[in-house]
Design a binder for this molecule. Structure first.
Ligand code: BGC
Length: 242
């Protein structure tokens, strides 16, 4: 089935029509900047521009950076605070006139990685961590998603972990890669100690910069870099709509 997958992020809103059986994008993906402030109306209008770009009239699967319960955003860490309790499915389907289904963005990326990427056929406990503007997580047991985990929001030294070791934190305080890797490794160690995963997959923006830090990570758990890169969120959001 072909579905328009949309990945709403802290800095960009990306989309492409996806063949959900093969995981392939049917055309080149299209990206627009996330509006500032990223209010519900402004973001919904940007998604409408994506829909118009693809002249799309079918279903839309959306990945959104918040806890999502029954289509409703329950948190708003890297988007405008006014998103809390907004019915994202309803807002986007009314704005675009396309049937919409929303899922947490990291859960979407994890679904795609487990089906078509580095997590394919992996059994046991698999934890995907996406590192970009925020830190997202997706937890799987025998390939089945346990939705809405928010490991990027674990407290560390009085602040949430994503403020300590997201990619935007690295840029904001101008951390050298080895300093960032030390912080990120501490975060992963904590997850290893508390969840005992069989595999940790690292995705999001830092996935394509692995030569800067991967050799500096040291865990007992197997760690792998996601292979679908930036497209995972789009593909997984589309798959979740089927
Ligand atoms: C949000 C998560 C999201 C992650 C990555 C965090 O700030 O709380 O829901 O998955 O950022 O975008």
């Amino acid at each position: 089935m072909n579905i328009l997958g949309v990945d709403i992020g802290g800095s960009g809103i990306k989309g492409a029509v996806v063949n959900t059986v093969t995981g392939e994008l049917l055309q080149e993906r299209f990206r627009l900047d996330t509006p500032i402030p990223a209010t519900p109306q402004a973001v919904a209008s940007t998604v409408k521009q994506l829909v118009q770009h693809f002249e799309w009239k079918g279903k839309i699967g959306v990945g959104f950076p918040a806890v999502i319960r029954k289509g409703i955003a329950k948190t708003a860490a890297n988007v405008d605070a006014s998103w809390v309790n907004i019915d994202v499915d309803k807002l986007i389907s009314e704005t675009t006139s396309c049937e919409t289904n929303v899922i947490n963005d990291a859960d979407a990326a994890g679904i795609a990685e487990m089906k078509f990427g580095i997590g394919k056929n992996k059994k046991g406990v698999v934890l995907m961590i996406t590192v970009g503007t925020g830190i997202g997580s997706a937890l799987f047991y025998d390939g089945k998603l346990i939705p809405n985990t928010e490991y990027g929001h674990l407290f560390y030294k009085g602040e949430v972990a994503e403020k300590f070791c997201s990619d935007s934190a690295r840029k904001k305080i101008d951390l050298k890669w080895d300093e960032w890797a030390k912080r990120f490794n501490l975060f992963l160690k904590h997850l290893e100690r508390t969840i005992s995963p069989d595999l940790i997959i690292i995705g999001g923006g830092v996935a394509k910069k692995q030569e800067k830090y991967f050799h500096l990570l040291s865990l007992d758990t197997e760690i792998k870099i996601a292979t679908l890169e930036n497209n995972a969120g789009i593909v997984g959001a589309a798959m979740n709509m089927v």
